[in-house]
Design a protein around this ligand. Structure first.
Ligand code: ZN
Length: 145
């Protein structure tokens, strides 16, 4: 007995059709190294990729992707804080103006936001916004004065 059925172009196979939004009979259109890469829905005639076998897509990629994402997020957070510290470098924290106060929307100036803390105004975005770099990252704020 063969363990796995091998397909070839022209064979019929069940696959999830994105257009029908259901599992339909499909015809194998293209193969790549024993793997089905493209199928055509017999119901609506649309061509689409055939999802890989369940054992390869189910759990492992999702887990490793999540880990990779977390590592990247941590790295980005560290880099972000570094950017913020660089932006603050040489500036007088005491000069930070309360967010929304008169004269606070000046490029390079420091503002003190009740929620995000001290930030550096990066640029003014007409007509009434400005980009401010906070410890948690740049934010587009509305100038509320
Ligand atoms: Zn279909």
């Amino acid at each position: 007995m063969t363990v796995e059925k091998t397909y070839q172009a022209g064979d019929a196979i069940e696959s999830k059709c994105n257009r029908c939004k259901d599992v339909r009979m499909h015809v194998v259109v293209a193969m790549d190294g024993g793997e089905i890469v493209k199928v055509q829905c017999k119901t609506c005639g649309s061509l689409h990729k055939h999802p890989k076998a369940k054992k390869t897509t189910a759990k492992r990629p999702r887990g490793s992707r999540a880990v990779a994402k977390t590592v990247k997020a941590l790295k980005n957070a560290a880099e972000q804080v570094q950017d913020w510290e660089n932006a603050l470098n040489g500036k007088d924290m005491g000069s930070a103006k309360p967010f929304g106060s008169e004269g606070s929307a000046v490029v390079g100036g420091l503002i003190d936001h009740p929620k995000f803390g001290v930030g550096v105004v990066q640029k003014l975005v007409p007509p009434n916004k400005m980009e401010v770099l906070f410890r948690n990252g740049p934010k587009l704020m509305v100038q509320t004065m």
